[in-house]
Design a protein around this ligand. Structure first.
Ligand code: GLC
Length: 552
């Protein structure tokens, strides 16, 4: 099977974000590892995953779960060896699946030998690999991201009596991208991993590479210049491999990260995510419509990545102050549920474990413009534990069975205990049980993914809102109208209408289907035929939280 025959494979792909430590323990030491993951590749394939994204896999003191890298050329010892990793890469490729890994470009761990050397003296050859200053008064316009723990982006280092710059934890000093050696080193790291056969990277914290006085130190032109170098480097030697941007920014600020097909292939759509939840509580599509109408077109080869949840707190950075308060009140009533500018809860618990709402948001995730990403465990509706340290409550072991530790490991103690509460505990919530139950969340989502894959329009089609009078109804068209890129594998003329009731009550509305007179829509999820369109106005009656994918 030739993986890169279609160089835009990522447009149609379903992504699955996975934390190796949390997925499956293959050697019984209480930590998930590559052996464990290898044993579950069939599971991922069965679910319908096309591309796996791994959280950082490098040696790390784990102050920030691997986002504090101590060696970019190694594998964390808990996860196994480089050969174990290669077996996972080969295993995925053999199944026609892809793999991208997180690369932390902006900063390293303070335990990285580069930083140890850098901080050792002002004359050290690695001094200028990091951002040092005599004062902590520079770059005052840069916001602090981890506001719960950090009070400044500068930390004083006694050895040389200077401050070093960090956008995240103080144990994560920022690399200095004004230094050409740093720029080159990161390209060498990219080379190393692509040569090992991976299909690309999720590029962590992309907006913060460069600092300039008088700016907020985000999205600077010099940062974009470097990303262009990265993309050219990848495209030249490894066509078909991708760079996915983590740029938690407003749509108009993310748009430049796609460049002119010469920066990122993909970028997360951060502002859309909280609005999917907000729309439910506001009982109105308005916020979703507003943000997507505000989203600029992206280049032909680019694709959004859309998601409901990930390994971080549900970020509320890309909302207004008022919207953030609303989200906190609605979805994080207990103070402990809040973290930084976000909410440390998983999808199912945010939605009160209500199957209808969980399915509804997934139905939107799988049909809105972009490639969907599933966060491991959300396919079975795993819960969280807000009382654990930092974001650990969202990173608990995958629940495979109703046996000891949820079948994750046979060790006595785990890196983090499996959930065992009354609602979300492994005893009643696990993969094994859901796979045999045809009505389970797992089987329902798997069915949706299979249907999604039959229609190119979801990954590549044009997008347009239908705006019926009733604002509780979200409706949009996905269509293959010939304007798509040349790589669309099929799907000519496909025309889909997605309907969703954002409320827990019945909703009626009229759709203007004048352009579809005489057509008979078919609900492709339920495989049901709807009444033909007889005159322009088409009445619809939607059950609580109902959704339909109608093919015309
Ligand atoms: C990204 C990661 C987050 C991490 C941070 C610092 O935002 O998603 O988990 O803490 O970068 O690397």
């Amino acid at each position: 099977m030739l993986l890169y025959d279609n160089p835009t494979w990522y447009k149609d792909a379903v992504f699955y974000e996975l934390y190796v430590r949390a997925f499956r323990d293959g050697n019984g030491d209480g930590h998930g590892d590559f052996k464990g993951l290898l044993a579950e590749l069939d599971y991922l394939q069965e679910l319908g995953v096309d591309c796996v994204w791994l959280l950082p896999i490098f040696p790390s003191p784990l102050v920030d779960d691997g986002y504090d890298v101590a060696d970019y050329y190694g594998i964390h010892e808990d996860y196994g060896t480089l050969d174990d990793f290669k077996a996972v890469v080969d295993g995925l490729h053999a199944r026609g699946m892809y793999i991208i890994v997180d690369i932390v470009v902006n900063h390293t761990s303070d335990q990285h030998p580069w930083f140890i050397e850098s901080r050792s003296s002002k004359e050290s050859p690695k001094r200028s690999w990091y951002v040092w200053s005599e004062t902590d008064q520079k770059y005052r316009h840069a916001r602090i991201i981890f506001i719960d723990t950090e009070t400044s982006n500068w930390t004083y280092d006694e050895t040389t009596a200077e401050y070093y710059w960090h956008r995240f934890y103080s144990q994560q000093p920022d690399l200095n991208y004004d230094n050409p050696d740093v720029q080159q080193e990161m390209l060498d790291i990219i080379t190393y991993w692509l040569d090992l056969g991976i299909d690309g990277f999720r590029v962590d914290a992309a907006p913060y590479l460069i600092e300039r006085e008088g700016t907020n130190c985000e999205n600077l032109p010099e940062t974009h210049d470097y990303i262009k170098r990265m993309r050219a480097h990848v495209d030249n030697r490894w066509p078909g491999r991708i760079l996915l941007a983590e740029a938690n920014q407003w749509p108009e600020d993310v748009r430049p990260y796609f460049g002119d097909n010469d920066e990122f292939n993909m970028a997360f759509h951060f502002p859309l995510m909280p609005r999917l939840y907000m729309a439910l509580k506001q009982r109105s599509r308005k916020c979703i419509v507003d943000i997507l109408q505000r989203t600029p077109e992206i280049p032909a080869l680019a694709q959004w990545c859309i998601f409901l949840r990930n390994h971080d707190e549900l970020t509320l950075e890309m909302v207004t102050e008022e919207e953030r308060q609303f989200m906190w009140e609605q979805y994080a009533p207990e103070p402990r549920m809040r973290q930084n500018l976000g909410i440390r809860r998983r999808l199912a618990s945010l939605l009160d474990n209500d199957r209808r709402q969980i399915e509804l948001l997934n139905a939107l995730l799988f049909s809105l413009p972009g490639a969907p990403i599933i966060y491991y465990g959300d396919e079975i509706g795993m819960g969280d534990d807000v009382w654990r340290h930092d974001r650990n409550g969202l990173r608990t072991p995958m629940q495979w069975k109703n046996t000891k530790h949820g079948g994750f490991s046979d060790a006595d103690t785990l890196y983090e205990a499996v959930l065992d509460d009354d609602v979300f505990g492994y005893q009643h919530l696990n993969v094994q049980q859901q796979k045999v139950d045809p009505d389970s969340l797992w089987n329902t989502l798997r069915h949706m993914l299979r249907v999604r894959k039959r229609f190119c329009a979801f990954g590549r089609g044009t997008f347009a809102f239908a705006l019926p009078e009733n604002e509780a109804v979200l409706a949009y068209w996905r269509q293959m109208d010939g304007s798509q890129d040349d790589y669309a594998p099929s799907g000519e003329g496909e025309c889909m209408l997605v309907l969703a009731n954002l409320t827990g009550e019945n909703q009626q509305t009229m759709l203007d289907l004048t352009a579809y007179m005489g057509k008979t829509p078919r609900d492709v999820l339920k495989n049901e035929v709807w009444p033909p369109v007889q005159d322009g106005q088409y009445p619809v009656n939607l059950a609580p939280y109902a959704f339909h994918w109608l093919q015309f």
